[in-house]
Design a protein around this ligand. Sequence first.
Ligand code: ADP
Ligand code: MG
Ligand code: ZN
Length: 494
Amino acid sequence: MSAQATQQDADLTVVIGLEVHVQLETETKIFCGCSTDADESEPNTNTCPVCLGLPGALPVLNEGAVEAAVKVGKALDSEIPEETRFHRKNYFYPDLPKNFQITQYDEPICQGGELEVTVEGDRRGIGIERAHLEEDPGSLQHVGGSIDTADYTLVNYNRAGVPLLEIVTKPDFRSPDEVRAFLAKMEEVLEYLGVFDSTRDGSLRVDANISLIEADKRDGELGEEALAAANRTEVKNISSHKGAEKALAYEVTRQRNAIQRGRGVEQETRHWDESRGITVSMRSKEEEKDYRYFEEADLPPLQVADWKERIDIPELPAARRERFREEYGLGEEAASKLTSTKQVADFYEDVAEAFDPDLAATWVADNLLGELNYRDMAITDVADRLDEFTRLVELVDEDEITVKNAEEIVLREMLDEGEDPDTVVEREGLEKTGGDAVASAVADAIDENPDAVEDYHDGQDDALNFLVGQVMAATGGSADPGTVNQLLREQLAD
Ligand code: ADP
Ligand code: MG
Ligand code: ZN
């Protein structure tokens, strides 16, 4: 690489903006009563005249989808307008039976907003341009190859009409890893809101717009003009956070090479081929006029102003983290860990109700999450065993078993064998030997080992350790060593 190329290289700023398509979790589709359980059903069985676009069929808006969108809008600090409207976006593609998609155009349900992300310790706000409701197209299955090499393609309309929220960001990302952090954060917020199921196949799909722009050296900020003038590619078919990061890293390299070799970047739509790890050119990018947007006359404008007041959203991760710090006196790290998902936070609060918040935090954040993580399990796998887990903490709190046994035997057996804590304690004989029994074991050890007693009085520390060992052996390891130590000192002092 020439010195000149290196110089040029350093002056290029990566600019990325996202269009994130999120499937909203509703029972039925957005404009008809068909089930949204697309994955569970035989292909093309969750369909009706509306979602198949048969002549004369009329859409009816699903209130649940609107509510979910309003919740997202509130979480992203968007403005919810007085009135929102639907449009038809026309394009001819086999996954779209009507040859148009009902979507929103100039009056989307969420306008503006922001989502804050943390990347390597730095907090950054990513601007939200808008979020609009639309219907998901059907799904295509390319058989015998990928989109450009398949022998033929199958289409399944079960997905057609599943409610989608398309969240469009401002071109605020400056690197692929910021994108990854944003998507993780977005999923976390959506799950907190209860409007999204990340385990559903294809529930979050991303189109990523990317350009490399020669940075304005004066203030490092990119002006609107520079952003608008840059040739960018739109990478489609990204379905995971990792996929987004990889596809964009690939595009950064590809565009940088094209610029350095003097070819420049085409304004085009590219397809992310996950298995080959490359993006391939699909077509020149459509422009707005290609879609011939016009108003959807079958759906009247929707007055949404008062929905914002009416619909409540739960406490979001950042607020909950702060509250955990204040209310329970937790440190930053524990508070972050315990609010990493809504399920973890709920679980913690249930445990903290019964115990000291620090004890609860140690048990949930360190012990439980650690053991779950080690087993590739999640809190959702044990959410219905809250009572058993609480009982385990109680056994420790009431001094019935040692902390070591609780961590290393009882908790692990609970997870590995699915047993409740009392069963494990009984089977393994872990119950701490009660006060009287320990005291009498201590007395026995003193009676039976006069030599050690004498050595102890002569100032030999080893002798005390020896006597502790005798008591521990006599109680089968279930006595608390600290207590034994203390009792020995007391009885030997008499
Ligand atoms: P279009 O109508 O062509 O899709 P939009 O203005 O709606 O264009 O923007 C679509 C996406 O492109 C948005 O996410 C936006 O942030 C992003 N974007 C705009 N300018 C750039 C740029 N120069 N580089 C990368 N992404 C950009
Ligand atoms: Mg677009
Ligand atoms: Zn239908």
